[in-house]
Design a protein around this ligand. Sequence first.
Ligand code: FHN
Length: 571
Amino acid sequence: MAAAAAITGRAASDDPPEVRAATEKALRDFDERKFGMFIHWGLYAIPAGEWKGKYVRGIGEWIMFREKIPVKEYEQLAKQFNPVKFNADEWAGLAQEAGMRYLVITSKHHDGFAMFKSNVSKFNIADATPYKKDPMVPLSAACARRGIQFGFYYSQDQDWHEPNARGNNWDFPEERNAQIYLEGKALPQVKEILSGYGKLSLIWFDTPGLLSEQQVTDLRRMVKTLQPSCLINSRIGHGRGDYAQTGDNAIPIQVYTKDGKWEVPATLNDTWGYKKNDNNWKDPRDLIGKLADIVSKGGNYLLNVGPTAEGIIPKPSQDILRVMGKWLKVNGESIYGTSPSPFYIQDITWRATAKPGKLYLHILNWPGTSLKIEGLQNKVLKAQFLATKAAVPFNQKGAVLQFTLPAKPVDPYNTVIALDLEGSDVRVADGFRAGQLPNRLDLYAWVARLRGEEIRYDFETQSASHFKVFQQENNVLLWYPYGSLDGSFEVEMTYSCPDAAAGSKFLLSSERRGAGTEERLAGVIQGTGGKFVTRKLGRLTVRPQTSAIQFRLVEDDKSESMKLRKITLIR
Ligand code: FHN
């Protein structure tokens, strides 16, 4: 797997050959699985987003940090944690029904509480709760029985329960010694999770923070010594992972294959850990589209559920996942084991995935009775809808392929057309190939990360709205170029705004991780009489190092109801 070299490169070069071989094999398998279940489960499911009667904004598992809850007080939650409704087989069964082929669960999140029986710290589910059992034993076994690969999340640097770990400066204001924490808790606990639950497909470290390169190298070595085939994600830090994560809910704007395998960790609502008031569930159409979008760009999708303190995966999550599973049952051939799109991503109408001699067109937004695909050089031998096996009439002249479609989608979520091609390799003409961008590039709101509790996407108008302004955590749209853009672009914005709501200042900026805003384009939202219009904004520079392009209202949210459909970058 040549593409993985950039990510495995440094770590792998230190690995013994047998570890390298086991890692490469595991990576190939991981690449084929495409879709996994993430589970954030811990004590934070008890307060569930509310502390002392007050609603706490933000992600649920951060409640201890946000409210600066003292360790002694937070520890008391363990006495109430009794997930009697937890049923390992039901959870694994749900993952299987959803078409998820691997599962990653929090063994210890930043709050420091071990969700497994640990001999290293008494602050664990078997010793500190009335439940008294280790749920990870039956869960790992249930996954193994169902052919779902099992992996653990472990927060290796942040641990708000420990004076020498990172994060808790309300109980522990004095300087920490990370090595004491590592040797006393993180390393021995990682050893425990690698030893007691059979074969782990991966360890998912998080928020690497300030650990030194040597500390990270030691951690990697320990994992690979105990289980050579256990994959390590990039959030171990210092480039020592086997595969990469994008940011949370962050999908690259284009096909992205140059740095090896990657995965998008994503939420079903706005939290990872259970929050009783978070009902901002994503639409299955959005999620099924995102699965195709991510896979067509080269990634895996790790989609989260946050079970309750009783051990129940919230019903809306279950319902959504079952809808996804139903779609995958029919269309799985176009997802599992595929390679990324050979075309660059043009708009939000369709995506492509491929297999030798096969091309799958995922139609996400129905174009009406005709669909034109340009650039395919292979002769098309056959075209059929995966859902019905019905033939799709088409006409191919040179590199222009035209389909005649029914007026309405065959599948309301994503209609897949499977093409049989002449020749095994898919060939795409110059100017249409992945990696070759056009002079006008549309960044649609649908492709952006919608960050914030209020912001919403509307399928009807293909636009995002509710740009509420807060002192912290404004509602924003973020696009992630991942190195695909380099230059100064003229920028246009396609949006609508009722005249009465016009007037707020907006900011479109390119951001660089660690350095903040690099370049900004400011303006005032003009009224459009509620109609969608395209307006020129000025110029913006985007560099390969740009981590995100961001749109937000800055000072007031009078224009929060404006609808933003897309930003266009013109070279
Ligand atoms: O801080 C965590 C957060 O709670 C959650 O676990 C996510 C999942 O990717 N990771 C961190 C933030 O990126």
